[in-house]
Design a protein around this ligand. Structure first.
Ligand code: LMR
Length: 334
């Protein structure tokens, strides 16, 4: 009788251990934008690839739209280990003391994705991702979003139009300087709060790639959108270094492969997602879309390129020069 009980007991323990061994490793991937955006889609793509390539050993749970954490909280949650992956915009690393990430925010520094990729896929980008390790993080990839439009309740085509406008920005000092260079009053604010702030008039306007503007319905509370393309917004996909390095080697390799595929996917869809979003904004008829004339663009560039020099001591002149060199940007030719 005793022996039978013992055998049954041991079998139960063995069964639970086996079940335990098969429990997948859960990766909580938190982000602040809608599911129907380049980042939203790429994170789901990554989750699917991760399950496939690890043969179910990893389960990536994606939490979109700030449902788990807002901007600042998600960074803290990652460092504390409450979530395992994020893809914050490159404009959100300054508060961690990683000021060189703000080079991506400099107005007009990239003309197109090709120039941007010269940085994100080259030595400058690699060095930036490496720097994350000093904050207990690991940089896994850069994901594209796109070039920003400006919006407000009045036409905003030239610097004078911005005078006195309260403009929501991300937590970047370069973006702060950018809005000040236009005579606007920058207001840092979590992404999840922007729609309401625009709706209630807490701020007058904002900037974002069309995919974010449209999926957050910002165009419904902004009368004018200008195709300024004055700056870039994209992401660094990051994890907690301790967590990442503690993964079994085969799992980590599979996840790296899933990430490489997700990165290709993200960068492939980004432009199209933004074009489609802009078409939807246009179709909605809720805001008037303006495209700056060559002369208006020149005036904007003239006002905004001053930010490069102003921010050189913060970002590091060598970092700005490295971007100039890789992209051929020449401020004197504007
Ligand atoms: C913003 O705060 O405007 C963006 O960083 C949101 C995002 O993640 O694209």
């Amino acid at each position: 009788m005793i022996i039978r009980k013992l055998v049954v007991g041991l079998a139960t323990v063995a069964f639970s251990l086996a079940a335990f061994a098969q429990e997948p490793i859960v990766i909580k991937f938190s982000h602040v934008v809608a599911a129907d955006t380049p980042k939203g889609k790429a994170s789901v793509f990554f989750a699917e690839k991760a399950a496939e390539l690890t043969k179910g050993k990893v389960k990536v749970e994606v939490y979109a739209n700030s449902t788990l954490y807002k901007d600042k909280e998600e960074m803290e949650a990652l460092q504390l280990g409450a979530v395992q992956m994020l893809a914050p915009s490159l404009a959100k690393f300054g508060p961690l003391g990683l000021k060189e990430f703000e080079v991506f925010d400099l107005p007009y520094i990239f003309d197109d994705y090709k120039e941007l990729h010269a940085i994100t896929t080259g030595p400058v980008g690699k060095a930036m991702l490496k720097k994350l390790e000093t904050r207990g993080l690991v940089g896994l990839a850069f994901w594209d979003n796109g070039f920003k439009v400006m919006s407000a309740n009045k036409p905003i085509n030239v610097p004078e139009d911005y005078k006195g406008l309260k403009m929501r920005i991300q937590s970047s000092e370069v973006l702060d300087a950018q809005m000040r260079a236009l005579g606007a009053i920058p207001q840092k604010m979590a992404f999840s709060e922007v729609y309401q702030a625009l709706q209630t008039g807490v701020v007058d306007g904002t900037e974002n790639p069309p995919s974010n503007l449209y999926t957050q319905k910002m165009h419904e509370v902004q009368k004018y959108v200008t195709m300024s393309n004055h700056g870039y917004l994209g992401y660094a996909v990051i994890s907690n270094k301790k967590f990442w390095e503690g993964l079994p080697a085969d799992v980590r390799t599979a996840l790296e492969s899933a990430m490489a595929q997700a990165t290709n996917y993200a960068n492939k869809i980004a432009q199209e997602e933004n074009d489609n979003a802009m078409a939807e904004v246009r179709k909605s008829g809720k805001s008037q879309i303006t495209t700056p004339t060559a002369e208006q663009k020149k005036a904007m560039k003239k006002a905004l390129v001053t930010v490069h020099e102003k921010m050189a001591s913060r970002i590091g002149k060598e970092n700005i020069d490295a971007v100039y060199k890789a992209t051929g940007f020449d401020p004197s030719k504007l």
